[in-house]
Design a protein around this ligand. Structure first.
Ligand code: PMP
Length: 280
């Protein structure tokens, strides 16, 4: 069951007009909410980021926070086959009479769906995973969670074709983020991640990891680091709402920390799992 513009319907019955600017231009924003046994992790942060995204592209938020929460909870209950879910929510600018780059005041299209969220076990994560590195050629408004993801999906596909978990992006010598994740390194017991700003998406998982580090008393600095620091790090992780905190042990066929997942990852992972158990 999905939600489209006021109706809860079967996914194969959900259609939009070809005049929708989401379809024609990728003119919209989206969110992904991780759900653990009906608990929406980072709910308020996700709704705030949705508002920021809509503001940044001048779409009026079609719903109040309360309305969004009610819609999301309905989708969760309609899809309760799996305990853990990833809720995808998209707002596009809506449909115009014809295809024009410019637009008038349109009624946004709202779409919400749920898919199963299968977190990998710690045992599997301890095997680590690989990444490739690529030059970050994306636009410089990466803090907007826009549906126009052409560069990101090309990087993700390249990673997949290289049997890698992620493509880690480097702009002007600085590591920004992954194609669909944020990036962290650990060096001498201190965690580093790129500061918020136009060059990265302000990941909600990134924020949760910062809280986890504070809670565990581990130093964390939001400062940029270069490719050399990445390749020589004690630990490298990527984070996202669906992949949580995932350890990278190989980049461009070169081992990180001799291919071993590090102890700080384990501490943060444990703290993250504890948060998932908290009921709303
Ligand atoms: N950066 C990019 C480019 C992403 O697409 C994502 C996931 N949507 C993230 C970071 C991680 O964000 P979050 O933790 O909110 O899922």
């Amino acid at each position: 069951m999905v939600y489209l513009n006021g109706n809860f319907i079967q996914k194969n019955k959900a259609y939009i007009s070809v005049m929708d600017r989401g379809f024609l231009f990728g003119d919209g924003v989206y969110e992904i909410f991780p759900i653990y046994n009906k608990y929406i992790l980072g709910l308020d942060s996700h709704l705030n980021r949705l508002q920021d995204g809509l503001d940044s592209i001048n779409i009026k938020n079609p719903h109040t926070k309360g309305e969004w929460i009610s819609l999301i909870n309905k989708i969760i209950s309609f899809n309760k086959g799996s305990d853990n879910q990833a809720i995808y929510l998209q707002v596009s600018r809506g449909c115009d009479e014809d295809r024009n780059h410019t637009h008038g005041d349109l009624k946004p299209t709202v779409y919400i769906q749920s898919t199963g969220l299968n977190s990998r076990s710690k045992e599997i994560l301890l095997k680590g995973g690989s990444a490739i590195s690529r030059v970050d050629i994306r636009w410089s408004q990466c803090n907007t969670k826009a549906t126009s993801l052409l560069a990101n999906i090309m990087y993700a596909q390249e990673a997949k074709e290289n049997d890698a978990e992620e493509a880690i992006l480097c702009r002007d010598g600085v590591i920004t983020e992954g194609s669909n994740s944020n990036v962290f390194i650990v060096k001498n017991n201190c965690i580093y991640t790129h500061p918020k700003g136009p060059l990265i998406l302000p990941g909600i998982t990134r924020e949760i990891i910062i809280d986890c580090a504070n809670h565990c008393g581990i130093d964390l600095k939001e400062v940029a680091f270069d490719k050399e620091a990445l390749m020589n790090a004690d630990e490298v992780w990527i984070s996202s709402s669906t992949r949580e905190v995932f350890p990278i042990t190989n980049i461009d066929d070169q081992q990180i920390n001799n291919g071993q997942v590090g102890p700080i990852w384990s501490l943060i992972y444990n703290q993250y799992q504890a948060l998932k158990g908290i009921k709303a």
